[in-house]
Ligand binder design. Structure first.
Ligand SMILES: Cc1cc2nc3c(=O)[nH]c(=O)nc-3n(C[C@H](O)[C@H](O)[C@H](O)COP(=O)(O)O)c2cc1C
Ligand SMILES: O=C(O)C(=O)c1ccccc1
Length: 386
């Protein structure tokens, strides 16, 4: 339960010693000025003509809330429950690879922020630091491991086992990246973080991966990652086998079709993340927010539904939660916070998202995350979408 009588949560930002960008647009601008063009373009951009990157934002802007007043909103409960554990906010850190592109402390800084804020952290397979080091940096944080399947599937099982041994509490299998999206900005900038070795964290110390290399040169390692990280053979049988082998809850990330959500449930999957990878994979796919209502309807509360892609302010989180998401995951905003000011920058960005969400829940006339499902949300054309 969070007491909301502090009234003006914005004041923290106005009294701040060091001014910090208050919204996503300002953040992005500041980071563009701070880091090199290659890494910035890699983080910012979407695939193809960036239609989906744009649609992710446009989808949030189509919705409006019709608020209710004259209910006591002095106490706002922002907590949620996932897999039997209560979390104080409905946010998660989306898995983002290769964080050393943004800051030298990379994932270590982010997981420390996650621990501090009690926000679950999803570590990427292609992280700059090894999962064991991340676990050690923030033992009290709730940590999940995002798995990229591997062409040599023993590498995938090895990483999943290591994650379980290191105290990660769920496996998030990403299903939308069987090959890399068509990312033109990286061609313009002639930039490939994989080739530069930013993704080495979990591979360099994986016994199955290293045993598969012809020698221990940098070139062999890069080739080994490229050969394994993209995995076009991935199919439902792999999902079933992963589920059989693991003791952890398994989530599928990248689901956009209600029939895939249904198949996930039929295959005993424990949760899904409705996502289009922040518009970085197939350009022209539906905005995740637009995919959400049909999936929520199909899933009907049987497993948690988390949404990411384009959640850039507290009000976006509110809309996704009102449309039935159980939680939202944040990608680029925290990476920009990291680039600007390490752990503190991540904390600042996530705190502003959270504070805006709290204010917005109260001003909409609700008092809890679950209560948001009962507020009136309409699409721009005025048609009730619930
Ligand atoms: C630089 C970058 C790297 C990413 N790396 C991964 C990854 O390793 N695994 C994964 O499942 N998703 C990855 N994602 C996608 C995020 O998990 C998430 O789906 C996306 O960023 C959400 O959209 P948003 O950035 O609009 O919040 C990456 C995203 C970015 C921006
Ligand atoms: O950049 C990404 O979005 C991403 O998910 C990824 C996938 C494979 C290798 C490196 C990054």
């Amino acid at each position: 339960m969070t007491n909301n009588t502090d009234g003006d949560l914005l004041l923290k930002n106005i009294n701040a010693q060091a001014p910090f960008p208050i919204c996503f647009t300002d953040l992005e601008k500041a980071v563009a000025e701070k880091i090199e063009t290659g890494p910035f373009g890699y983080i910012r951009s979407g695939a193809g003509g960036e239609q989906t990157l744009h649609n992710n934002r446009a989808a949030f802007e189509k919705y409006s809330i019709i608020p209710r007043f004259l209910h006591d909103v002095s106490n706002i409960d922002t907590s949620i429950e996932l897999f039997g554990k209560t979390h104080p906010t409905p946010f998660l850190f989306a898995p983002v690879g290769m964080n050393r592109m943004a800051h030298d402390e990379g994932e270590l800084a982010v997981v420390r922020a996650a621990e501090q804020l009690k926000i679950p952290y999803i570590q990427s397979t292609v992280s700059s630091y090894a999962l064991e080091d991340v676990a050690q940096a923030a033992p009290a944080a709730t940590k999940w491991f995002q798995l990229y399947w591997s062409t040599n599937e023993d590498i995938a099982y090895s990483m999943a086992d290591r994650a379980e041994a290191a105290g990660f509490e769920a496996i998030v299998l990403t299903v939308d990246t069987v090959m890399l999206g068509w990312r033109e900005e990286d061609v313009r900038n002639q930039f490939s973080p994989l080739k530069l070795g930013y993704a080495r964290g979990n591979y360099m110390n994986d016994p199955v991966f290293t045993a598969s290399l012809p020698d221990n040169s940098f070139e062999s390692y890069v080739q080994g990652v490229l050969q394994n990280v993209f995995h076009p053979t991935l199919n439902w049988e792999n999902v079933r086998e992963l589920k059989r082998r693991s003791n952890l809850p398994i989530l599928l990330k990248g689901i956009l079709h209600p029939e895939d959500a249904e198949l996930a449930i039929e295959n005993n999957i424990d949760g899904i993340i409705v996502s289009n990878h922040g518009g970085r994979q197939l350009d022209g796919v539906i905005a995740s927010l637009d995919a959400l209502p049909a999936i929520v309807k199909t899933v009907n509360g049987r497993i948690p539904v988390i949404l990411d892609s384009g959640v850039y302010r507290g009000m976006d989180a509110l809309k996704a939660l009102a449309l039935g998401a159980d939680a939202v995951a944040i990608g680029r905003p925290f990476v920009y916070g990291l680039a600007l000011n390490g752990q503190q920058g991540v904390e600042k960005v996530m705190t502003n998202l959270y504070d805006e969400l709290k204010v917005s829940i109260a001003l909409a006339g609700a008092t809890s995350v679950k209560g948001l499902r009962n507020i009136t949300i309409v699409k721009k054309d005025g048609v009730d979408d619930q």
